[in-house]
Design a protein around this ligand. Structure first.
Ligand code: UDP
Ligand code: MG
Length: 318
């Protein structure tokens, strides 16, 4: 059996050596398995690539793929999935925050046969700036409400998967990628393993607040169409509000006030027209939004279904 480890690296010159030492230790413990280390250099500007080339010189398990510029961790992971050939594949950060030592336990669970993947989540966010934890938690709470896909708070991208699951991920060829959503969307049986947060071995986080914020928007837009429904909600609200001045106007008319002389009646009618028109405009936007949501769904080009098991040898995948 072969295990592919995908390691996205962006300016990781300081962490690579300790990380590689750890990989050597873990792979020596798992001597029954063949290994492939797929390092994706995501446009690093430090010595990352030359260090990777050094590793590759003396170790044929090491493969590196260097990007022409920084495309982001999602692109790096996708390149890894597209090029991994293992029976089992794991994504792993280069900074040891995804402890390679967990691999042994993860493998054991997969070998028992019941699960297709073992995913990891952090129990705590200790060591992380408070403000970042706050926004992260809020993001997961909102996501839990507005998305049909299960996105688990504290989940890492670190997970070990069987081949079928990797093939399914490769088939998700959308450009705006959000892996935690993709892992949830494709399904399969996942075992969740918790561990205490580990701090980065060296260097510093590559995610600025702005990068994380944009990433969270990718997650929301990619896996929920609730924001598009805002227009529908606003249209309804507008119509409901418009009923109030309409009622007041009718009462005033019944009481015999004339439009020509009654300021209040003129106001009621004006307000009614404004809110009713707003409602109509918003409703039209909502209809357009609905179609855009459908178009968006189509252009993502996601597979229609993912087969987990079959006894058919010539199964059609679409
Ligand atoms: N990374 C990457 N491209 C980027 C940003 C990060 O390949 O644009 C890699 C980085 O080298 C590391 C992993 O993604 O291996 C996770 O990044 P980091 O540790 O900085 O994120 P954090 O753990 O702070 O969320
Ligand atoms: Mg990290």
């Amino acid at each position: 059996m072969k295990i592919s480890l995908i390691v996205p690296c962006y300016n990781e010159e300081e962490s690579l050596k300790p990380f590689y030492d750890e990989l050597n230790k873990v792979s020596a413990d798992l001597a029954d398995y063949e290994f492939e280390f797929l390092f994706i250099d995501d446009g690093s500007r430090d010595k990352t690539l030359s260090i990777l080339k050094d590793f590759a010189k003396s170790d044929e398990r090491v493969k590196y793929i260097a990007f022409s510029k920084n495309f982001g961790k999602e692109a790096a992971m996708y390149a890894g999935f597209c090029n991994s050939s293992g029976d089992y594949t794991a994504v792993m950060d280069a900074d040891m925050q995804d402890p390679p030592s967990l691999l042994k336990d993860m493998l054991k669970i997969l070998e028992e046969g019941e699960y297709d993947s073992v995913a990891t989540r952090r129990n705590t966010r200790s060591g992380e700036p408070k403000i970042r934890s706050f926004f992260a938690k809020m993001f997961y709470r909102i996501m839990g409400k507005i998305s049909k896909v299960d996105i688990i708070s504290g989940a890492r991208d670190f997970r070990l998967m069987k081949r079928d699951m990797v093939d399914a991920i490769v088939a998700m060829c959308e450009n705006n990628r959000f892996s935690k959503g993709i892992f949830g969307w494709i399904g399969f049986k996942t075992y969740w393993m918790s561990y205490d947060n580990v701090e980065r071995v060296a260097g510093e986080t590559k995610w600025s607040f702005r990068k994380l914020f944009n990433y969270s928007l990718d997650g929301i837009v990619g896996f929920s169409d609730v924001p598009l429904k805002f227009a529908t909600f606003n249209a309804l609200l507008s119509y409901i509000i418009s009923v109030c001045p309409l009622a007041l106007a009718i009462v005033a008319l019944v009481q015999g006030e004339s439009i020509k002389y009654s300021y209040s009646l003129q106001w009621y009618i004006t307000l009614f027209v404004i809110f009713a028109l707003c409602g109509t405009v918003l409703l039209s936007i909502a209809v357009v939004g609905k179609y855009i949501a459908k178009i968006y769904d189509e252009v993502k080009g996601r597979p229609h279904y993912i087969v987990a098991q079959t006894n058919k040898t010539d199964i059609v995948k679409k």
